[in-house]
Structure formats: structure tokens, C-alpha cells
Ligand binder design. Sequence first.
Ligand SMILES: NC(=O)c1ccc[n+]([C@@H]2O[C@H](COP(=O)([O-])OP(=O)(O)OC[C@H]3O[C@@H](n4cnc5c(N)ncnc54)[C@H](OP(=O)(O)O)[C@@H]3O)[C@@H](O)[C@H]2O)c1
Length: 313
Amino acid sequence: MRVIEVGEYGGPEVLVETDRPEPRPAAGTVRVRVAAATVNPVDVWAREGLVQALTPGLAPPFVLGWDFAGTVIEAAEGFAAGQRVLGLLPWFAVAARGIGTNAEVVAAAPGWLAPLPDGVPFADAAVLALNGPTAAQALALLPPLAGTTVLVTGASGGVGGFAVQLAAAAGADVLAVAAGADDEAYLAGLGAKQVLPRTAPAELAAAVRALRPEGVDAVVDAGLIGQLVLPAVRDGGAAVSASDGATPTAERGIKVATVHCEPDAPQLRRLADDLAAGRLVTRVAAVLPLADAAEAHRRTAAGGLRGKVVLAP
Ligand SMILES: NC(=O)c1ccc[n+]([C@@H]2O[C@H](COP(=O)([O-])OP(=O)(O)OC[C@H]3O[C@@H](n4cnc5c(N)ncnc54)[C@H](OP(=O)(O)O)[C@@H]3O)[C@@H](O)[C@H]2O)c1
């Protein structure tokens, strides 16, 4: 099967298309023919060699990719041949075994998978499969959301966009920080009560306090603002970061946490059903052939995307 390998750590040019043996049918796995896999910021960092501490035993060449959507190849573990699925592969834990979703076939544990309802494009499903659970698991680290005020940074992105939608659906008043002026209407459409234009990180807390002088109850920091986001939070509030490297030091009784997204099949199934029913929306910036992985990485690393770049093997 064709895969994209990181041949050595470096820029997008180190991504090479090559052949690897297809995983064989095996007990405890479901073979999925991949139709879509998203390029996420973590893939760019992994290619650059910045996540080695999180992936014991990993050394190039290896295959990137956390999320995927596609079709089950043969009946296994309760899944039917031909069934549409989406999945979240816990890449930090398994990459050293040679597994990643930038490949034509993935051997998935059943607990990584959920059925994909008809009508949902594979690309949309792939974008959901890592970013949706990350947002849901971040929000689960906060106190109950109903009636609270939640600030979401990086709201124009994958994780932030789902955090806005899920927090609003749970009854929170959401303040969303847009990445650009053209995102203000988009974020209001996702359920944000107020949309703040992008500021320098040092100016964010003042902009929030101008709207909510008492501070917000909680923040989901998907924009990795870090320590500078905490002054926006009221005393005794809560903060969850999308990255260990950007997790602030607690102050004023604020409860601080970091999300580490893990596969959760029932949760993924609920999110996929929400996507199918239109209760969640996602954005796809482009779908490129697997062979164009380097271009997908360039676009992702450059930022300013509206939606994700998806690879289609
Ligand atoms: N811990 C976990 O389990 C986990 C799982 C998934 C993702 N993550 C992390 O979560 C973070 C977000 O991921 P993602 O996939 O959502 O990334 P993304 O799609 O690139 O979204 C990030 C968004 O934040 C915007 N942004 C950056 N700085 C900002 C600022 N100062 N003000 C306003 N907006 C700002 C970006 O805009 P521009 O592109 O225009 O700069 C972009 O729209 C990443 O660090 C990712 O690695 C963590």
C-alpha cells in the first residue's frame, strides 16, 4: 500500500511517498481503507522532530496521521465489510509500531472507531475525528457548563470551532476569539454569544474584561495563548489548554488542566451523529491527493487556513 513517510526530521520535503506491506487481517483489529485523513498542527511538529519526548521509540522513517475516515475492508470486531467509519488513532502511543493514517489502509483497534452515517463526506468526518473529541474532552475538564461564560481562543480552528459549538450546546455563553474579521459571522453562526477580534496575546485579557469586567468562568485555550490568557478568567475559575507547552501556572484559585485526547468510541459516535444531523459543522479548506502531503504540510504550517487540509489516499 502507498503511505507517506517522514524519511528524516525536517521541512515538508522530507515527506516521501513509498510502499509498505498492507497490514494483514488480525484478531482485535479492523482494517479500514482510508478515504480521508487530516493534516493537523501536531503532524507538522512531529515531522519537525518536536514531539519525540511524547513518542517513545519513534525514529524515522515513520508514518504520520491521527484521524481518518473510510470503509471497513472485511467484517471484523462487530464492523461489517463496506461499512463507513471514522476513527481516531492514538498516534503518540502507536506511531513507533509503524502505524499512522497517511496510508491507504489502517489496522484499527475497534475502540478507535465509530460508524459514519451516510451522507457525511469522508473529509468532514476526518476533520471531526481528532478535533471534535479534543474539544469535548477539554470541555469535560471544566466545571458544568450550563449558565457559565466560556472563552474559546483559536476559535477559527478545528479544536476551537468544535469547542464553541459544544459549549454553546451545553448552555454556556461563549466568547470566541476570531482569527480574522471574516470569521466573526462564522463564529456567531456556531453559537458564540460574542466574538472578539484577534488581538496580540498580551491584549486579550483586557479585551475580554472590557466585555465581562468580572472575567469569564472558564477558558478553552486552543489558540495556545498560555499564561497571558489567565487574567481573562475570574478568581476561582477554570482553564484548559490544548498543549502541555502552553499550560499556564495556576493563579488566584483558577483550576488549570491540559487536555490529552484519547480514543473514546461512544463519544466519537455521538459526535459523528451530531455532524450528520447538522448539530455540528466543520470546515474543509482543501482535499489533496496523498501524494501532495508536502503541500498539505506547507499550507497547514503557514496558518491562516479556514478549515483543515485533508489528504485523500
Ligand atoms: N492535546 C490534545 O489532545 C490536542 C489534540 C488536538 C489538537 N491539539 C492542539 O490544539 C491546538 C489547536 O489545534 P487545531 O487543530 O484547532 O489548530 P488550527 O486548526 O490551526 O487552529 C488554531 C487557530 O487558532 C488561531 N490562532 C492562533 N493564534 C491566535 C490568536 N492569538 N488569536 C486568535 N486566533 C489565533 C489560528 O489562526 P491562524 O491560522 O490565522 O494563525 C487558527 O485558526 C494545536 O496546538 C493542536 O496541536 C491538542
